[in-house]
Design a protein around this ligand. Structure first.
Ligand SMILES: [Zn+2]
Length: 484
């Protein structure tokens, strides 16, 4: 078996003020053909799985470019084209192959390309022809487009949000593609378009049961794989929205019937798939009413993982205005403030302009008296089985035990060691405010008295009326009432 694998992805927030260029790829994850490190990562799981199988089964694996960028605004056109063309050249060098397995996010938008994954998959298909199995692993926050399903044989999304199952799903993808390449199966795909978008959090009901049922359907009665593509609401492209995907063995009608049935169930869950989000005032009041702590509050609107800058001050300003003590908040992507702290050194006290720098969605900056508690170069945080680097970091304290984490490489809060790794004693805090939507949950819920979700303003707020949607196909729920 000859396998080609590569990765290209990011999650494009078309409303974000941050351009995605080569530097963001370099900072996040960029390894040329054959240079992938000897450890798993979230978006190169197919490569990792292919390496494992190669050892067990004596496969030959050719590894192409692996590139992933922290979510931000649209990718610069020539950067996308350069990365894509590098992968295609790597593939041509690897020919002949029996299968191609790609790591993708599925919501990459570049200048001039609303569907980067469809574009790349179609070009891969053109090169390898119809006889080679082409598969890709996707984040459920993808735009599952007809060009993608037409061009690939097997697409598999992570099932969990938070995305704790990337490696498992990568393994499944590789095994499904290998079975097809060995002619043991003949995968066919069918989708159901739910005409909606929503946030689907899988630790909670009704999603927990739904995901467990999807898993139970797989591997029997001719059903190979079932995925719920949640969609990525902040990517304003025609195909944005929730879709149900079924991969069956040879029987397209069966795949379609199951996709239709499960898709109808998803439609029936509209508005119930995530905990109700609170305003900042509601969140803080509810947190203060909890006896003891820490209470974890998600600063949803400023989640770097969805393309937001991660430097907004709406939550911090209100905490300071209310005089709430013993708070940890972060991460703040503020390289300038971090630089000032590094210059001043540990133990320094200074007035520091924090946050509010990236644009109107970040709110105003705050000028605060701070003490530099800790500086660290090469800080990182846990996320499931992998570690996520955040570059240089500082822990600073402003009034009454309110501690902030500043970082130099933009990213969301994933693991509690983002704070504790800098010496911040989270158990002694009343509040922990994480700039994240849901990926923080696996780690922070372990030490939380309660977890609350606040719909703060920002580039990934769920106040849908604050965004100027222009390209998404209408009607769609919740923008247009009960869209069918
Ligand atoms: Zn995602």
């Amino acid at each position: 078996m000859r396998v080609f694998t590569a990765t290209l992805g990011t999650e494009t927030n078309t409303f974000s003020p941050l351009p995605t260029g080569m530097q963001t790829f370099r900072e996040t994850f960029l390894h040329e053909a054959g240079q992938h490190p000897d450890r798993p990562s979230l978006f190169t799981a197919p490569l990792w799985a292919a390496r494992q199988r190669a050892k067990e089964r004596n496969w030959q694996v050719s590894e192409g470019l692996c590139a992933f960028a922290q979510p931000a605004g649209p990718t610069v056109r020539k950067v996308y084209e350069q990365l894509r063309d590098t992968i295609l050249a790597d593939l041509k060098r690897a020919l002949p192959v029996d299968m191609v397995v790609l790591g993708m996010h599925g919501a990459m938008v570049a200048e001039g390309y609303d569907d980067c994954e469809g574009d790349l998959l179609a070009r891969v298909r053109e090169i390898v022809g119809p006889g080679v199995v082409v598969g890709a692993e996707l984040d459920p926050h993808c735009h599952l487009t007809p060009l993608m399903t037409r061009s690939a044989d097997v697409l598999v999304c992570f099932k969990e949000y938070p995305h704790t199952d990337a490696l498992e799903r990568g393994q499944e993808l590789v095994d499904l593609c290998a079975d097809a390449a060995m002619k043991k199966t003949r995968p066919v795909m069918a989708t159901f378009d739910c005409r909606q978008f929503d946030i689907y959090m899988t630790p909670f009901q009704p999603m927990r049961d739904f995901v467990d049922r999807l898993k139970a359907l797989e591997g029997k009665d001719g059903i190979l794989s079932v995925s719920l593509a949640h969609g990525f609401p902040w990517g304003d492209v025609p195909e944005m929205g929730t879709k149900l995907l079924v991969v069956a063995d040879g029987d397209r009608a069966k795949a379609q019937a199951l996709a239709d049935r499960l898709g109808a169930e998803v439609k029936a869950m509209r508005g119930q798939a995530a905990p109700k989000k609170l305003t900042i005032a509601e969140g803080l009041e509810r947190a203060m009413a909890v006896k003891g702590g820490p209470v974890v509050i998600a600063d949803n609107g400023d989640n770097a993982g969805g393309g937001a800058p991660s430097d907004s001050n709406f939550m911090l300003a209100e905490i300071l205005r209310r005089g709430i003590a013993d708070v940890a908040i972060g991460p703040y992507w503020d390289p300038i403030a971090l630089r000032f702290c590094q210059e001043a050194g540990e133990g320094a006290r200074l007035r520091l302009r924090v946050g509010g720098k990236c644009g109107p969605m970040s709110g105003d900056p705050l000028d605060l008296p701070v003490e530099v508690l800790k500086l660290k170069s090469g800080h990182d945080q846990e996320f499931g089985a992998v570690r996520a680097p955040v570059g240089d970091a500082a822990l600073i304290r402003t009034a009454r035990g309110v501690d902030l984490v500043l970082i130099s490489v933009r990213g969301q809060a994933l693991g509690s060691d983002l704070f504790s790794g800098l010496g911040c004693d989270l158990k002694a805090k009343k509040l922990i405010v994480v700039k994240s939507s849901q990926h923080f949950y696996a780690s922070f819920s372990k030490l939380a008295k309660a977890v609350l979700y606040c719909d703060t303003p920002g580039a990934i707020s769920t106040q849908w009326g604050s965004f100027d949607f222009r390209k998404v196909k209408r009607p769609i729920w919740p923008l247009d009432g009960n869209a069918e």
